[in-house]
Design a protein around this ligand. Structure first.
Ligand SMILES: [Ca+2]
Ligand SMILES: [Ca+2]
Length: 97
């Protein structure tokens, strides 16, 4: 086989993707509800109770953001925005939903 034939053969090789299985990754903290982020208490509804849980956590921390531990998992799921912290932004997202 000449070099030209070898290169020509490579051009005609058909490439395709074959899917073996459906894989999905969850990209969130353990304190973010994977089904509905704004549903902090995981009762399938977004209500004032969800925002209240976040407020109570912020009051308990003296108004400082709370770092989400990487072990354990909710509920509750107070990290609404999934940034690894529980702060005022989570409360804002839970009440503006
Ligand atoms: Ca809820
Ligand atoms: Ca957050």
């Amino acid at each position: 086989m000449t070099k030209r034939q070898h290169l020509h053969g490579r051009k005609n090789r058909r490439l395709f993707f074959e899917q073996f299985e459906d894989r999905r990754m969850l990209d969130a903290t353990p304190w973010t509800n994977p089904a509905l982020a704004e549903d902090v208490d995981s009762d399938t509804f977004v209500t004032g109770t969800d925002a209240h849980i976040i407020v109570e956590m912020l009051i308990a921390s003296g108004g400082q953001p709370v770092t989400v531990p990487m072990e354990g998992v909710g509920p509750p799921f107070p990290d609404v925005d999934g940034d690894g912290m529980v702060g005022v932004g989570d409360w804002e997202e839970s009440v503006t939903c």
